[in-house]
Design a protein around this ligand. Sequence first.
Ligand code: PLP
Length: 326
Amino acid sequence: MAVASGTAALHAAYAAIGLSPGQTLVTTPLTFSATATTALHLGARVRFADVCEDTLNLDPSAAAAAIDASVSAITAVDYAGHPADIPAIQAIAEQCGAVVVEDAAHAIGGSLEGVPVGAMASLTTFSFHPVKTVTSGEGGAVVCGDARFEPALRRFRDHGMVRAVEHQRHPEEGSWHQEVHALGLNYRMPDILAALGTSQLRRLGAFVARRRALVARYHDLLAGIPGLRLPAQRPGADPAWHLFAVRVLDGRRREVHERLRAQNIGTQVHYWPVHRQPLFEDLGYRAGICPVAESAYDQLLSLPLFPAMTDADQDRVAGAVREILQ
Ligand SMILES: *Cc1c(COP(=O)(O)O)cnc(C)c1O
């Protein structure tokens, strides 16, 4: 189901699950804030569980330690495009009757053990924001692995409205009649953006292939640089790389970021752990609750990665990184 943004996709997924006051979402702090804040919009609580040291995806054992009877959703994020271990998260979710959501904003086109991202979790969300692998200008989508969520998803996108006569409570009103059955929003994707998104989607294979080739080249160009740790890839995972997030050791991340910027090479940090955001700080969350994510944050730096990047662009970036660290 196409929606207006990746944030709308998450909000609709959580609404379809029925996340509400008294219930808890368990998720990773190493994500864009919307993964968590959309649960707050529904009045639910958020409990952050730590990430795996290698992939920086939600750690199934940390998620297992975070569940209790109040947990009705667990959201894993495919950090940088590396698919999260959804089968392991699913096994944990079954222990408390929670629904697994995969925030795949980074991972469209990826797969795990041959299963495409979107075909694993009960609900998978995508973003088509301009920085993402496929864009519709702004936009998003929810994929239902579990069809029981579909009616609620479609209603939430469209004001909670029911137009099908057979599902109306008062169909005798007349053929003009439409009913609001639940709280919803206008989260529809505009047709014009859908047309752009549909044409961009045809290029998904080429975009993912170019990103993979650039990542393979980065691994060659940056191998053996002291104080630099390159992203891990687990056996069985076929990531669709959205980010090339390296770790700069020895406290030199800020220096590398600033010296690259001085050479007109833009880098970013993904992410300041969400529980550190003032919104969550004001709700009582404190540093120290997810030590793996927090220490990864201190080192993370996303180097430029985009399909139109040329080999020469990349040689310049890698050469600059090598010169700073060697
Ligand atoms: C981009 C992103 C979102 C939000 O998507 P929008 O389309 O910008 O609303 C949510 N989660 C993650 C992990 C993202 O990267």
